[in-house]
Design a protein around this ligand. Structure first.
Ligand SMILES: Cc1cc2nc3c(=O)[nH]c(=O)nc-3n(C[C@H](O)[C@H](O)[C@H](O)COP(=O)(O)OP(=O)(O)OC[C@H]3O[C@@H](n4cnc5c(N)ncnc54)[C@H](O)[C@@H]3O)c2cc1C
Length: 470
């Protein structure tokens, strides 16, 4: 029998009470009027900024390292299925949500999809399903990690702690041991992991839970995948593909963006590459980035979230199901979701998150597919057949991403996060989910940051359908 489990879904919305007035994020002091802008990166943040600038009549060129737009939003074909390999959900598709507004504005739609809330199950170490009382207790523990953080910090005499430290403190205090302890840690820390798209709970700042903001309205999947929004934003833009930026040099008069092909001269540049790309020095800045900013970047980690996609000839499982596996080894923890309706073919997606990078790197695609299939069949309790097509993502090994999303490490607060959005010398501007302050990690964060930088460059009116009233 499958027990309904709602905690993970509600954690996704933790920290978001009521409707969030995110428009205040657009209240920035404009820089000098731009003549020509180079946007580095054609992910959602770069595309949004470029479209807003271009619609306002400002000359803009986008340089993109890959051969496609969208960055961490990428709808790909796997056999007969179409699957979002990066962002898939709109978290909280409320009428104020920027992603939802853009999708509605272009005539698109989304379908409600609460992956963890529908039906999830946990198993103890012998493979037996965990009963409702223990599931409830694990859910309560996860809630306590959220609500008791200030008390735990007082007891630890610390200003911040990791999500794992708070979880362990509370379990020690309650004297919980054995598999129950593992079950509760799994629920609290993996739920956080999921919420943070893979932020390592041993590093993830527990206080960030207080300042991260979401939107009400559950979770939903855009019809047709994120590709439609990407194509809509990219339409008509001058995007130079397979042209990675190597250096950005700025003086009082102009900015030079040197790429693998040419040097683009502009009045301003908007740098939207992911945090890990910036932090690892893939782009040389002249003059170098200020020390405080480098420190703020180092205060952030890049999370790991990977997907293994299994496409079958026929569907042999109930369609409203999600599974939660519980085991000790990090590699054995996976959430597998049925994705058949959205993908257009019998499809299961298994998510791997957390501190698994070393294991992942050492395994071939075939091994990872075998692992996902075995985990799926264990939960299913029967043979699922042989997949006819598969795909394994490797976002954290990708030189143009370096992980899934940014997350604040212990000791990194909102002020440090906001520093990542500060322009340099009024000419080099920054966008991207990692610059979105309380909206980090999400497509809405990327979009908000792109709009913010367009506004900083003097765009007062957004012509993009859905955003005209901002
Ligand atoms: C597996 C996964 C699942 C996710 N799930 C969700 C979800 O369900 N919902 C949600 O809201 N969010 C989700 N996210 C997060 C979401 O995808 C991101 O927050 C968002 O897409 C980031 O957009 P961005 O523009 O900031 O960065 P990106 O999309 O990464 O764009 C940056 C661009 O810069 C390019 N680039 C890099 N280096 C260079 C260079 N040197 N020169 C030129 N170009 C360069 C990159 O190729 C990329 O196109 C998920 C992410 C991942 C990886």
């Amino acid at each position: 029998m499958r027990h309904s489990l709602t905690i993970a879904g509600s954690l996704l919305l933790a920290g978001c009470q009521g409707v969030v007035p995110w428009e205040t994020a657009l209240e920035v002091t404009p820089v000098d009027a731009p003549e020509r802008v180079v946007v580095v990166g054609a992910g959602l943040s770069g595309l949004t900024a470029a479209r807003a600038l271009s619609d306002a009549g400002i000359e803009v060129v986008v340089v993109e390292a890959r051969d496609r737009p969208g960055g961490r939003t990428w709808t790909a074909e796997v056999g007969d299925a179409r699957v979002d390999m990066g962002a898939a959900w709109i978290h909280g598709p409320h009428e104020t949500h920027p992603t939802a507004r853009l999708i509605a504005g272009m005539g698109g739609s989304w379908v409600p999809n609460e992956p963890l809330m529908d039906a999830a199950e946990m198993r103890d170490e012998s493979g037996e399903e965990v009963g409702p009382i223990e599931q409830w207790a694990a859910a309560q523990h996860a809630k306590r990690v959220l609500s008791k953080t200030p008390k735990v910090l007082d007891a630890l005499d610390a200003e911040d702690a990791s999500v794992s430290e708070v979880s362990v403190f509370l379990l020690d205090e309650a004297g919980v041991e054995g598999w129950r302890r593992r079950a509760r840690r799994f629920m609290a820390e993996e739920a956080f992991l999921h919420r943070g798209h893979g932020g390592n709970p041993a590093e993830l700042s527990a206080t960030a839970v207080d300042w991260q903001r979401g939107f009400p309205g559950g979770d939903a999947l855009p019809q047709g995948g994120y590709v439609q929004l990407v194509e809509h934003l990219a339409e008509g833009l001058d995007i130079r593909y397979e042209e990675p930026a190597l250096a950005v040099a700025c003086d009082t008069d102009a900015v030079e963006v040197r790429t693998s092909r040419e040097t683009h001269l502009a009045s301003h540049a908007v740098i939207t590459v992911p945090l890990a790309v910036l932090r690892d020095g893939a782009i040389d800045f002249e003059p170098p980035l200020p020390a405080a900013r480098v420190q703020a970047m180092e205060g952030h980690g890049m999370a790991v979230l990977e997907k293994v996609v299994l496409v079958f000839e026929t569907q042999s499982w109930p369609s409203d199901t999600s599974w939660v596996g519980l085991a000790d080894a990090p590699m054995d923890k996976t959430f597998c979701f049925d994705h058949t309706e959205q993908a257009g073919a019998p499809t299961v997606i298994c998510f791997y998150s957390g501190p698994i990078a070393s294991d992942w790197d050492a395994r071939t695609d075939a091994e990872l597919v075998d692992h996902a299939l075995a985990a799926f069949e264990t939960e299913l309790g029967e043979d699922a057949g042989t997949p006819v097509a598969t795909h394994v993502t490797r976002w954290h090994q990708d030189p143009y991403t370096g992980g899934s999303v940014s997350y604040p490490r212990v000791g990194t607060g909102l002020a440090d996060a906001l520093l990542l959005a500060e322009p340099i010398d009024g000419r080099v501007l920054f966008a991207g989910e990692h610059t979105a302050g309380p909206y980090f990690q999400t497509t809405q964060g990327a979009i908000i940051s792109g709009l913010r930088e367009a506004r900083r460059l003097g765009v007062t009116h957004f012509a993009l359908p859905g955003l005209e009233d901002l």
